[in-house]
Design a protein around this ligand. Sequence first.
Ligand code: FES
Length: 103
Amino acid sequence: MMGQYVKAGAAAEMSPGQGKLVELQGKKIALFNVDGAFYAIDDTCTHRGGPLSEGECEGTEVTCPWHGAIFDLRTGEVIGGPAKTKVACYPVRVSGADVEIEV
Ligand code: FES
């Protein structure tokens, strides 16, 4: 089944390099603004559940604040351990003033 785009917030409220936790359709999603491009992945780290929306962002990589696993924001793939399993990744679009995530 195809997902639908759901409003996640105002694009203007998200500074570049910043992550934000949004809860859509019962899912915790970490939304990031990387120099004006938006990316959305599951907020919950696959290692022990750390909040990726609170991680440090460098380019299109985010580092889990708990034990330092690194994920690619574009794909959800693991770049560095201790996490071994990728996180889900969601399509994002900007519609007018809003950022929308397909969930
Ligand atoms: S919970 Fe994310 S690296 Fe351990």
